[in-house]
Design a protein around this ligand. Structure first.
Ligand SMILES: [Zn+2]
Length: 343
């Protein structure tokens, strides 16, 4: 990017109410068959337009074609039985009924590649595509085959790499892996989680990112955050090894969180997507509030490596709130661009 402080989102954006029930995770589709395919593409187009109207620089599909950021990818793989469900604790936090790994996992066909080609032909702006990370994928499943989190993560990393290579060929500029599990399983992250992530990006020439957050603004997450105390130092556990990894960009949660921003110093040299929009509240940030967060982050990230972003996806918010937040992000970044230009 030649533009200073290019803005983007963590990924998901609200879907239109005619496509899926709004303000809900795992919201079921309201259309079927051909109508659903057409509806998803229409929604993707609307989501792109909303980002463009707000002045977002690096655009995405708003994850309009997926029901959930992890589940939808897994649905396309063989070796996972969606009828056979078990209740597991996701990220040590909340119970969920999840599908079972019953055999060797494999990707029989591309998952998002056609959607990425569709987005590519709609815009010449840089596009970012989000995929679930290997560790977050294994945490959303019951494994009755490999019986090893590390082994299953490694198999998923190989599958993700196949998808990522095809997304790159489709013209995606940045491929992002969502790894909220990196904020929970620190020993595993350092033992094999980052290695699995590097396996997923092997051979890619496009830019790569990892998004590590404190989750969507749903109750299970906000309740968990209340237990974390006044200083959230989770990033401290994983940043040193991520700094030494091959990942280009680290996307993290900052605004309204209790993350001490000086932890960003630990990834000095990386590009940093700084979360300057809180996704756990309906109140829309002022441009000044966004600017304040970015200004603080600038103490620890070089200006040419700072990418203003949202803390996490905005799927559970209303479209009106999400659009307001996108506009605030752009306006806040512009305040800082002008300050930097005046120096
Ligand atoms: Zn997130």
């Amino acid at each position: 990017m030649t533009k200073l402080l290019p803005t983007s989102t963590a990924g998901s954006l609200p879907k239109p109410s005619w496509l899926a029930e709004p303000e809900k995770l795992w919201s079921p589709w309201k259309l079927q068959n051909e109508g659903l395919i057409e509806g998803k593409h229409d929604a993707l187009r609307l989501s792109l337009e909303a980002q463009q109207r707000a002045g977002i620089d690096i655009v995405s599909d708003g994850e309009q074609t997926r029901q959930h950021f992890v589940t939808t990818f897994i649905e396309h793989l063989s070796g996972v039985d969606f009828e056979k469900r078990e209740v597991v604790k996701i990220r040590n936090r909340y119970d969920a009924s999840v599908p079972t790994v019953v055999g060797a996992v494999a990707r029989q066909q591309p998952v998002f590649v056609e959607d990425a080609k569709f987005l590519r032909q709609l815009t010449s702006q840089p596009i970012k595509w989000a995929l679930p990370g290997p560790m977050t994928m294994i945490d959303t499943l019951y494994d009755n085959h490999y019986k090893s989190r590390e082994k299953l993560a490694w198999e998923f990393a190989k599958i993700l790499n196949q998808e990522a290579r095809e997304l790159e060929a489709a013209g995606v500029d940045i491929i992002q892996f969502d790894e909220p599990a990196f904020n929970v399983f620190f020993d595993e992250v350092n033992d094999w989680g980052i290695a699995a992530l590097e396996r997923a990006i092997e051979g890619l020439k496009c830019e790569t990112a990892v998004h590590i957050c404190y989750g969507y603004g749903i109750k299970a997450n906000t309740d968990w955050k209340k237990t974390l105390g006044s200083e959230w130092r989770q990033y401290e556990e994983t940043f040193p090894k991520l700094q030494a990894s091959n990942i280009d960009i680290i996307s993290l949660e900052c605004h309204n969180s209790h993350v001490p921003l000086d932890l960003i110093e630990l990834i000095r040299g990386k590009k940093v997507m700084v979360g300057a929009i809180d996704v756990a509240t309906n109140s829309i940030e002022t441009p000044q509030e966004v600017a304040n967060t970015l200004r603080k982050a600038l103490q620890f990230v070089d200006a040419d490596k700072l990418y203003p972003c949202t803390n996490c996806g905005m799927a559970p918010l209303s479209r009106q709130v999400a659009n307001g937040k996108l506009a605030a992000l752009s306006a806040g970044a512009e305040i800082i661009r002008r300050e930097l230009a005046a120096k």
